[in-house]
Design a protein around this ligand. Structure first.
Ligand SMILES: *Cc1c(COP(=O)(O)O)cnc(C)c1O
Length: 414
């Protein structure tokens, strides 16, 4: 019997309920994935008991020999995986990684140029309710209305006008390749630092399916749990000279003791991503997203930017007379989980926007390929054509459950 079951049956029920949801439904939230059983086990290990404020060899607590080994492995592997000069693997999340990068390089009141949330950026890129929007002067760039692609000319113009200390590149809802060389050139011309937030695409970068920001950026912030398929956490890569400032910004700047069980799980995730099989996973993730895009377009749907180069698509369901929330709900009832999402130049409110964001990383981890993507996209199109039709929803729900039985998640018993 699992100890949770006897100690806390209510929490055990919640975990079983979630396990069942993950196994019997199609997880198509673009930022989610299935971590391996080894990663789950590391997170449930005795390393959670250890305090290790500081860094390997320079801790403020005794007894850190074993966790030093784990953190050194995580650092070495992160640097090797991404060809980076420096890595800090302690950030608890992507948002904390970003905060540490800002704290290491900016003063409150400094100016940054970043992608607006409404066009696909992230909260930590200067949204007014986020610390980044409160501490810094932010000028936002976006995508062009004509083609949905990042408006690099706007980035250059904003930099020329406002001379920011830092430019932030990277997004949470952008389906095209980001031109880091172009960003670096704009930064060079204007004496700005370049911070690339690769939280969404880290796994595609690791698997060589998206150009790496590392040669171009002063700082790279990331999560480890999205396309990279590791534990829920963050990490930072940087040019060597920024190492001491980044380390100081993470600890003691904004965190106390690192989560050593999660650091160990990150080390495992980097090892998994260094294996040649991971590049095949990343390539299939992109091929699967392309197939989804193709099916949606064939069915007459509108996609922001007209398609995808990465792991996600943004569907403008409002173009078909639907609200994002309604689309999210109908698909959820059919066993397909996506999130409603704003689209650039959205005329609907943020809580019920015009789009849905659809991702391939989790289904690809289950082993699904183009054949399954075509099937899944057709089901989605059927549900979106009649979101109130309970008979269609029920039929798709049954077919989804059947498909899921043939593609088990990596932790049926963990
Ligand atoms: C997900 C994401 C983050 C934040 O990650 P959390 O771990 O949720 O804090 C930061 N930046 C971008 C671009 C993201 O997509």
């Amino acid at each position: 019997m699992n100890p949770i079951e006897s100690v806390d049956p209510a929490i055990w029920d919640a975990i079983q309920h979630e396990r069942k949801r993950q196994q019997t439904g199609l997880e198509m939230i673009a930022s989610e994935n299935y971590a391996s059983s080894a990663i789950l086990a590391a997170q449930g290990s005795v390393l959670t008991n250890k305090y290790a404020e500081g860094y390997p060899g320079k801790r403020y607590y005794g007894g850190c020999e074993a966790v030093d080994d784990a953190e050194k492995l995580a650092i070495e592997r992160a640097m090797k995986l991404f060809g980076a000069e420096f890595a800090n693997v302690q950030p608890h999340s992507g948002a904390s990684a970003n905060m540490a990068i800002y704290f290491a390089s900016l003063q409150p009141g400094d100016t940054i140029v970043a992608m607006s949330l409404a066009h696909g950026g992230h909260l930590t890129h200067g949204m007014h309710l986020n610390f980044s929007g409160k501490l810094y002067k932010v000028h936002h760039y976006g995508v062009k209305e004509s083609d949905g692609l990042i408006d690099y000319d706007q980035v250059a113009a904003l930099c020329k006008e406002h001379k920011p200390k830092m430019v932030v590149a990277g997004a949470s809802a952008y389906s095209r390749i980001i031109d880091f060389a172009r960003f670096a050139e704009i930064c060079r011309d204007n004496g700005a630092l370049l911070f690339v937030d690769m939280a969404h695409i880290a796994g595609l970068v690791a698997g060589q399916q998206h150009p790496s920001p590392v040669p171009f950026a002063d700082f790279v912030g990331s999560t480890s749990h999205k396309t990279l398929r590791g534990p829920r956490a963050g990490f930072i890569l940087a040019k060597k000279e920024w190492g001491p400032k980044i380390n100081q910004a993470v600890f003691p700047g904004l965190q106390g003791g690192p989560l050593m069980h999660v650091v160990a799980a990150k080390a495992i995730a980097f090892k998994e991503a260094l294996d040649p099989s991971f590049a095949a996973y990343a390539a299939q993730t992109v091929a699967n997203a392309r197939t989804l895009a193709h099916e949606f377009l064939s069915a007459g749907h509108t996609l922001v930017s007209g398609g995808t180069d990465n792991h996600l698509i943004l569907v403008d369901v409002n173009a078909r007379g639907l609200a994002g929330r309604q689309a999210e709900r109908a698909l959820d009832a059919a066993g397909i989980t996506v999130n409603r999402n704003g689209i650039p130049f959205d005329k609907r409110p943020p809580l019920d926007p015009s789009g849905i964001r659809v991702g391939s990383p989790a289904l690809t981890t289950r082993g699904m390929k183009e054949t399954e993507m075509r099937q899944v996209a057709r089901w989605m199109v059927e549900v979106l054509a009649a979101p109130e039709d309970q008979a269609i929803i029920n039929r798709v729900r049954g077919a989804v459950a059947e498909l899921c039985m043939s593609f088990p998640t990596p932790h049926e018993h963990a």
